[in-house]
Design a protein around this ligand. Structure first.
Ligand code: ATP
Ligand code: MG
Length: 132
């Protein structure tokens, strides 16, 4: 069984979307095997988004992800990495399809509710970072 790292970002928690998102994950047939509600510090936020270190939006991204509590989760299931990315939807709100989490609830490029690992390597790295 494959594992992925899913995080409900501060805007998702603040807007009361945890139940909606957890419900979608469970109704899809995936299992949430770890979960923690916490406010990430700067070091964890920067480690998580290290691949974007040189991007012009990096500082804004790090500030946003520390702006409140996030819900970090380990989610398990067959092909869960790719399927969760589909359920999350495109990061550009003008492209995210209705029916996806971002397509249904986000209209901002930075504040987009949820993160999901994009490959087996990212999933392993992110799970060991958040659940060490
Ligand atoms: P995530 O990694 O959070 O799941 P993603 O894989 O869909 O999102 P990435 O390209 O990895 O998208 O971007 C990481 C995050 O950085 C995005 O989710 C968004 O919050 C922010 N971001 C990406 N591009 C921009 C941009 N051009 N301007 C502002 N913020 C951005
Ligand atoms: Mg990404």
């Amino acid at each position: 069984m494959e594992k992925t790292f899913i995080m409900i970002k501060p805007d998702g928690v603040r807007r009361g979307l945890m139940g909606e998102i957890i419900g979608r994950i469970e109704r899809k047939g995936f299992r949430i095997t770890k979960a923690i509600l916490m406010k990430p510090n700067k070091e964890l936020a920067e480690d998580h988004y290290i691949e974007h270190k040189e991007k012009p939006f990096f500082n804004e991204l790090i500030e946003y992800i520390q702006a409140g509590e996030v819900m970090a989760m380990e989610v398990v299931g067959e092909n869960v990495i790719e399927i969760m990315r589909l359920m999350i939807g495109h990061r550009d709100p003008k492209v995210a399809s209705p029916g996806t989490i971002r397509g249904d609830f986000a209209h901002s490029l930075t504040e987009n509710i949820i993160h999901g690992s994009d490959s087996p390597e990212s999933a392993e790295r992110e799970l060991s970072l958040w659940f060490r």
